[in-house]
Design a protein around this ligand. Structure first.
Ligand SMILES: Nc1ncnc2c1ncn2[C@@H]1O[C@H](COP(=O)(O)OP(=O)(O)OP(=O)(O)O)[C@@H](O)[C@H]1O
Ligand SMILES: [Mg+2]
Length: 334
């Protein structure tokens, strides 16, 4: 852990270098998997596929599956998703707006994206046009009853974007999980083999067991911070929670970035807050800043992302730029 000092708000900055594990098994595993393919391939053509070689090929091919690389000679598809938790226990800072619109633009880049609505308020689900009345199952069933993600995930109006919806019943999980063994790992277990490039987890405005599940499942964390006077207040608690999670539950959790939201370029306060956030999180603040934009606030009531609601608005352009930056920071190859 690195402590860059405690500034005005006493915020301790997590060490990104310690927590930036790739999470995919890396190039070496990929190479070994390909070696396995070649052994099987050459053995077949030479007609000398000895038992030893078969066993080695099978072992490597299994390993290849574990590391999530499927090769059918024409394309290589990653089976393991990059999982990004979007969290800040402060309410109304733009977590849900960011999850929906980042997800929409990643999907527009031909990514397969799953949004997990980890908030019993269900705002992400309704913002994507899914009403809790019409649900036959939701995240509660996944976390508490072990129902498969594929059985509950829903398509949205955006090609390639699915949502694992929430409803108010999820609030019960916050209480019921307390008595369950491995309670912090329920979401991680559920997401272990989902066929997506990205999973975005919209966390609720609390640091309870649901948010902890999000932080344990995540490879990376995005912290939206609203450009307002109390922006940094409470961030110290979030950072401490992240450090506790890293120590005992998920050492690989990386901080992808801090995102300044609802920025008003006409006020010096917004600029001051932006500077202050950069001072607390050097090198970790996204270059993209999300402006305050009424079109972003209107879109959810139509069940649409900003991309479909008003793709030329300032808000839309900023989330498109954020998706580009997230792709770059993730290092997920196409
Ligand atoms: N950039 C923006 N410009 C204008 N309004 C915004 C912007 N981002 C979010 N909003 C609005 O601010 C409110 C809070 O945003 P949002 O729901 O995304 O925050 P949240 O952090 O998910 O809230 P909660 O903590 O309750 O889950 C919503 O009404 C949303 O439409
Ligand atoms: Mg929200």
């Amino acid at each position: 852990m690195r402590n860059n000092g405690t500034g005005m708000m006493g915020v301790v900055i997590p060490d990104e270098t310690e927590a930036c594990a790739e999470g995919y098994g890396g190039e070496a595993a990929e190479n070994e998997a390909l070696v396995g393919e070649n052994i099987a391939h050459n053995g077949y053509h030479d007609g000398i596929l000895a038992n030893e070689k078969v066993e080695k090929a099978i072992a490597l091919s299994n390993r290849k599956r574990i590391f999530g690389i499927l090769s059918d000679e024409t394309e290589v598809v990653r089976l393991m998703a990059k999982i990004i938790a979007i969290a800040n226990q402060k309410g109304g800072v733009g977590k849900t707006t960011t999850t929906i619109n980042l997800g929409a633009y990643l999907a527009a880049n031909n990514r397969r994206v799953l949004i997990v609505d980890l908030d019993p308020q269900g705002n992400t689900s309704s913002g994507l046009g899914i009403s809790s009345d019409e649900l036959s199952g939701d995240l509660y069933d996944v976390l508490m009853d072990g129902v498969a993600v594929a059985a509950v995930a829903r398509e949205t109006a955006i090609k390639g974007l699915h949502v694992l919806p929430a409803s108010p019943v999820l609030a019960a999980a916050e209480v019921e999980l307390v008595a369950v063994p491995q309670r912090e790992f329920k979401l991680k277990q559920a997401l272990s083999e989902v066929p997506y490039d990205y999973v975005l987890i919209d966390c609720p405005p609390s640091l309870g067991i649901l948010t902890v599940n999000g932080l344990v499942a995540g490879h990376e964390l995005i912290i939206p911070v609203q450009a307002e006077f109390y922006a940094l207040e409470g961030l110290g608690h979030l950072v401490q929670t992240v450090q506790r999670v890293r120590r005992s539950l998920n050492p690989d959790l990386g901080l992808m970035g801090v995102l300044v939201t609802m920025h008003n370029g006409r006020t010096s306060l917004s600029t001051q807050v932006h500077d202050e956030v950069k001072r607390h999180f050097p090198d970790k603040v996204f270059d993209t800043v999300i402006p305050r934009n009424v079109r972003l606030a209107e879109a959810p009531s139509f069940g649409k992302s900003i991309m479909h609601y008003d793709g030329w608005s300032k808000g839309a352009r900023s989330y498109k730029a954020l998706a580009k930056e997230v792709e770059k920071r993730s290092g997920v190859k196409k």
